[in-house]
Design a binder for this molecule. Structure first.
Ligand SMILES: *[C@@H]1O[C@H](CO)[C@@H](O)[C@H](O)[C@H]1NC(C)=O
Ligand SMILES: *[C@@H]1O[C@H](CO)[C@@H](O)[C@H](O)[C@H]1NC(C)=O
Ligand SMILES: [Cu+2]
Length: 669
């Protein structure tokens, strides 16, 4: 078992040896350190003393250096950082949203602008924990609890962002919903339905309350999921797990930089995006050099619209990254459970509402994964000399888990020595349940907008749409987006016994409109190529997107949530690189009006040919809940692949030996 608290260790040793210049070995894309977050707090509080201002931080992250500065730094790797080190903070100061850039080297504010547009910043964890206590001191709510015969001490509440439905009132409000924790930790399946509770976060009080009538709270029967609280009969026991690396791991983590097999990349961490993979390059052993593939990749937004239009649920149209923060919602990984025993962990810091740093231990893990075949062939065609050549695949996985309320998002970045990057998502956790007065399917008279997963419990229909920001730099920054369509050709001139065949027709996207793709309608391949670099036989070097199973939004285009989540209108988009276009649903997503989305930016229809471009890929899951998702759901997963396509001269793992067979401890043969 190797539990190495990397950032903690490195910080300690740096502090010990170089306490005067703690930034010496910092990578310019490293997340803000504990000290840097504190510096931001101190510097902003100096301008806005908390004695006379109401100040809360909703984002404190790295203000990313200009891309050309990073690329220059990467190419010469000076030991002393020459790249600026700045922080970006979003703070609400006396109910006004400020965007503040702080220079961390000279320790001062370089800009402080007020946000006047639509939408509000990411909610802070702290304000949500205050908001959820309000109902328990609110007369009408106490009345509702009493009327239902519920025990107030067993009530817990949670906050839910409330979306935007065309209204002009501009208040930072949030919905609060309450649940019963009596006899079960599975609060999400025991909602007190029928109540509307709206909290104004600036006033920090309940501004709207409505009791729509008594709906039974689903019982606690069969809702427990902790093994320690289960009773027999148990399922067959699983045998011991095997991850045994007698020679140690095949990867090295230095600070936040990872090197493994032919790959090198950097793991950043952002309070909003969570894990950010940067500067991923692969070593080409024929060309004897490292070739860049991905400048930056992260999940830009997650849109989860529920499909129940009734009072209790219509507003549930969540944007988890922008409203709650993937980074802020990252949970410590459980060693040997969330990550195998050969994993190494990275800690990270995020900010709290008052600006002080908060440690998330084991926020990210990195491990090698075995068990698949890399390539193989059994040759039976040479008479008398059959042989088999089979190579074992080892992959490197970077994993993080984001738990937003009831749902757990397991987010993986898998790297393959063959050059592929496979980002994967898996969902687990607990369904969002609506309480109903129905115990059996035969009592259902009208659309309940979900599946009856247990008595009195509807698992409401919904989607999960993740959008990845993939700033690919295939062997350089100037790239093009190519669509290779497969087309049927009819043989009409009698030249063949065949009547038809298929061939490819390639087309380079000139502008953003050419690159808006709805997948599934016609076969083809999508790739990002570098038209300035060719293989020896003349193909453009490239990487292909093997997309996830496509999911398309089913809401109408004029529906408010769909306007806000319009980045789901297409499965694939390509934009010219623009440092400010980071968040596909907009920088301010809470109560957003959809005026700062990828769909709006691309209306300019900018040129994207032979330019620095960003590929956006929407990975979606339509979720029709099933009984097996109750009381807690087994992993539901989806993935896509970025795969080298004429990038290498030939199979890049042709000469990669399989890993050595490890002798098992306590085993003599
Ligand atoms: C209400 O819940 C509290 C806390 O669990 C418990 O101590 C108390 O006995 C309960 N009251 C009733 C009337 O069940
Ligand atoms: C970058 O994006 C922002 C937001 O879409 C836009 O206002 C700005 O004009 C863009 N810059 C360039 C150079 O296109
Ligand atoms: Cu779901």
């Amino acid at each position: 078992m190797k539990l190495v608290l990397f950032s903690a260790l490195i910080l300690l040793s740096l502090e010990a040896v170089f306490s005067a210049t703690p930034l010496l070995f910092q990578h310019p894309l490293d997340p803000l350190t504990k000290e840097e977050i504190k510096d931001v707090q101190t510097i902003v509080q100096k301008k806005y003393p908390t004695s006379s201002n109401r100040l809360s931080f909703h984002y404190i992250g790295l203000d990313e250096p200009q891309k050309d500065a990073i690329l220059k730094w990467e190419s010469i790797k000076p030991t002393i950082i020459t790249v600026p080190r700045k922080a970006f903070a979003i703070a609400i100061i006396n109910s006004i949203t400020h965007e503040i850039v702080i220079d961390l080297k000279v320790r001062r504010i370089v800009s402080d602008n007020v946000h006047n547009g639509n939408g509000f910043p990411t909610l802070s964890v702290d304000e949500q924990s205050v908001a959820i206590e309000l109902p328990k001191k609110y007369g009408p709510f106490l009345e509702s609890v009493k009327k239902r015969g519920l025990n107030l001490s067993e009530v817990v509440c949670s906050t839910f962002t409330s979306g935007w439905f065309g209204e002009t009132i501009n208040r930072r409000t949030v919905r609060v919903e309450c649940f019963m924790k009596e006899n079960t930790p599975n609060i999400w399946v025991r909602p007190i339905s029928g109540l509307t509770i709206v909290v104004d976060l600036e006033l920090m009080k309940i501004v709207e309350y409505h009791d729509g009538g008594i709906i039974p709270v689903p019982t606690d029967d069969n809702t427990e999921y902790r093994l320690s609280h289960q009773n027999p009969p148990f399922s067959p026991k699983q045998k011991s797990q095997a991850t045994h690396q007698p020679e140690g791991p095949g990867f090295k983590i230095s600070g936040h930089s990872v090197s493994w097999a032919n790959w090198k990349f950097h793991i950043g961490f952002d309070p909003r995006a969570g894990v950010v993979i940067s500067l991923a390059s692969i070593y080409d052993s024929e060309k004897h050099k490292s070739r860049r593939v991905l400048y930056k990749g992260y999940i830009s937004e997650l849109f989860v619209p529920y499909q129940d239009p009734t009072d209790d649920f219509y507003y549930k149209t969540f944007f988890d990254a922008g409203e709650f923060g993937f980074g802020l919602s990252t949970v410590p990984l459980v060693p040997n459970r969330d990550c195998p025993s050969n994993a190494q962990f990275l800690d990270t810091y995020v900010h709290q509402a008052d600006g002080s740093p908060l440690l998330i231990e084991k926020a990210v893990c990195v491990f090698e994964q075995y068990g698949n075949i890399m390539w193989r062939h059994t040759e039976t065609g040479i008479p008398g000399q059959p042989f088999a050549e089979s190579r074992t695949e080892v992959n490197l996985v970077v994993r993080t888990i984001v738990t937003v309320g009831n749902y757990d998002n397991i987010i993986d970045w898998e790297f393959k020595a063959s050059g592929s990057i496979k980002p994967a998502i898996a969902l687990s956790g607990i369904l969002e349940i609506k309480g109903v007065d129905i115990k059996h399917k035969n009592e259902i008279k009208s659309d309940q907008h979900g599946t009856l997963v247990s008595a009195n419990s509807i698992g409401v229909y919904h989607d999960h749409f993740y959008i990845y920001h993939l700033d690919l730099d295939i062997d350089g920054v100037s790239n093009s987006f190519e669509k290779t369509n497969l087309k049927t050709v009819r043989v009409t001139d009698g030249s063949s016994k065949r009547k038809s065949y298929w061939t490819t027709v390639s087309e380079t996207a000139k502008n953003e409109n050419d690159a808006k793709i709805i997948l599934g309608s016609s076969p083809g391949e999508l790739s990002v190529v570098n038209p300035n670099k060719k293989t020896a036989v003349g193909n453009d070097v490239g990487y292909r997107l093997i997309p996830a199973i496509p999911a398309h939004p089913l809401l109408t285009n004029d529906d408010w949530p769909q306007i806000r989540g319009a980045f789901t209108d297409f499965n694939v988009w390509v934009t010219p690189y623009n440092r400010t276009e980071k968040w596909a649903g907009g920088l301010y997503v809470d109560h957003s009006h959809g005026d700062d989305t990828l769909a709006v930016w691309t209306k300019k229809n900018r040129d994207i040919e032979n330019k620095d471009i960003v590929l956006w890929h929407v990975v979606g899951i339509h979720h029709v809940p099933a009984q097996e998702d109750f009381p807690i759901m087994p992993l539901l997963s989806t993935a896509f692949e970025l795969r080298p396509t004429n990038f290498f001269e030939r199979n890049p793992v042709l000469k990669t030996p399989s890993p050595k067979d490890a002798p098992w401890p306590g085993c003599s043969n």
